[in-house]
Each structure stands twice: as structure tokens, then as C-alpha cells.
Ligand binder design. Sequence first.
Ligand code: ADP
Ligand code: 5GP
Length: 215
Amino acid sequence: MSLTKPAFPVVLSAPSGAGKTTLARLLVERNPDVVFSISATTRPPRPKEQDGRDYHFVDDGTFDRMIETDELAEWAVVHGCRYGTPRREVTAAIERGRTVLLDIDVQGARQVRRLFPHALLIFVLPPTAEELTRRLTGRASEDRDERRRRLLNAHRELEAAHEFDHILVNDTVDRAVQELESILRAEWSRTSRITDLEKHVRSLLHQLSSLISET
Ligand code: ADP
Ligand code: 5GP
């Protein structure tokens, strides 16, 4: 008999360009027990993005309907578009015993904290402001005005950093992913998250009693 690995939502937030999507994707690739929550958004897809893999790209009417039918666990307006986490993305992953990773903004993180009090909130910081602007420019997925809007919004995100459980500096990708894995490993072994601990300990005690009586 082995302990059941805890399943819970993990939120990654950061100013745009800090690298949270890069870290989230790598973590999911390296850990079969971790799945990525695919958000719905009214933002148009970037050239390499795929519907159903990166986001569920929807129009305004569809997003309105998702709100009305209470399909979204949380949603927010970010950089002028609407983004939301379909409730099913989180509940289905947890039912399957998976840790579910949510790449969402700080407004969404607050809503997740209220809805899932056992969620773990991680804030990703860029190593420097220069590096943040370099990464955002290097990604080349937004025009100049949109980049400026994202850098201005970085204030709102950075000012919320203290509300999170962990701070992860994304200096190099390898080191940051390793640190993220360490944070998760520590949470997977947290006593309060292990739902079958009592049963497991009872079974060990039972086996121990049998062994003692045999000796
Ligand atoms: P976010 O999801 O936070 O907006 P992305 O994951 O899209 O950020 O990363 C922004 C850009 O920075 C991408 O081009 C990505 O390849 C690059 N990047 C991410 N992490 C690092 C890093 N540690 N060092 C250098 N470049 C990085
Ligand atoms: P991008 O357009 O760069 O993919 O994402 C812009 C911002 O929206 C990022 O901060 C990202 O984390 C956030 N975001 C993506 N999906 C969601 C979501 O479902 N809910 C919320 N609240 N924010 C989201």
C-alpha cells in the first residue's frame, strides 16, 4: 500500500514576459502527474498557438455564454481581453489525482484562493526589469503598443507578489524549473495534503502488530 499523491491547483502568476508559460510547459512535460489548465480567452491566437492546446480561443458571445452558464471557475479582463479558467479543467484533473497548473493573472489567483483554499500560489519574478523587457520584446508576439500596455500592467502584477505562497525567480530556465519541482515535491509530502495518511499509518501498525506477534 502506498500513499496517494495529493492533487491540488497550483497557480503561476507573473508580469507578462517573465516566463511563466515557458516554466509551466516544461514542468508538465517532465512530470506526468502535473497537467496544464487550458484557459478560454477572447484574445486572438499567436502564430504558433493552437486552439485546445494553448487556449480555447473563443469569441465574445461564447465567453458571455460561459459566464452565464457558470462554466468558469474564475475570469478576468487582462491587457484588454477576457481570460477564464473552465471549471472542468480543474475538477477533472483533481478527480484524476493530478496537480493542475493554472497560468493566470493576479486577479484570477485571488479568485482561485477563495474558491480552492488548498491551492498553492506561486509568483514568478524576472531577474531584472531590463531582462523582463528583453524577453517581452524577444518573444515578438505583440506590437510596440501592446508591449507597452503589458509593461504598464506589470506594476499591478508585481505589487501583488506578497499575496503568494512562494516567489520563484526565473533567472535561467533550468534552475527555475528545478526550483519549481522542489516546491511541488515539498507540497506533495505536506501532511495536511495527504488524504489517506491515517489509513496508511493504521495499516502499517496492523502489519507491525502481526510481525511482533510472530516473533
Ligand atoms: P509569460 O508567459 O510569463 O508571458 P513566456 O513564457 O512567454 O512569458 O516567456 C517570454 C519570453 O521569454 C519567451 O520568448 C521565452 O522563450 C523567454 N524566456 C522565458 N524564460 C526565460 C529565461 N529563464 N531566460 C531567457 N529567456 C526566457
Ligand atoms: P497571454 O496573452 O500572454 O497568453 O496572457 C496574458 C495574461 O493573461 C497572463 O498574465 C496570463 O497568465 C493571464 N491568463 C491566462 N489565462 C488566464 C485565465 O484563465 N484567467 C486569468 N485570470 N488570467 C489568465
